[in-house]
Design a protein around this ligand. Structure first.
Ligand SMILES: [Zn+2]
Length: 77
């Protein structure tokens, strides 16, 4: 990936996003911290092979959590 060159603010944002996308996340299926980003917004658990569609740079986003809550509410009814 190309790195932005100019401006400290944009560089800071880039570094934060980059660190988040490299990080491992806890799998919602097996509970192990083994979920890695395999592609843009696609995450895969190395333990149970679950594929998760999440945020581009993090596994869950604020918008995603709201959507999940709405889906849960509707599937209860
Ligand atoms: Zn898993």
């Amino acid at each position: 990936m190309r790195t932005p060159r100019y401006g400290s603010k944009i560089r800071k944002l880039y570094d934060a996003a980059d660190a988040q996308k490299r990080e491992k996340y806890v799998c919602p299926r097996c509970g192990k911290k083994n979920v890695k980003r395999i592609s843009n917004a696609i995450w895969q658990c190395r333990s149970c092979d679950a594929k998760i569609a999440g945020g581009t740079y993090t596994l869950t986003t604020g918008v995603g959590e709201v959507a999940n809550r709405i889906i849960k509410e509707y599937s209860k009814a």
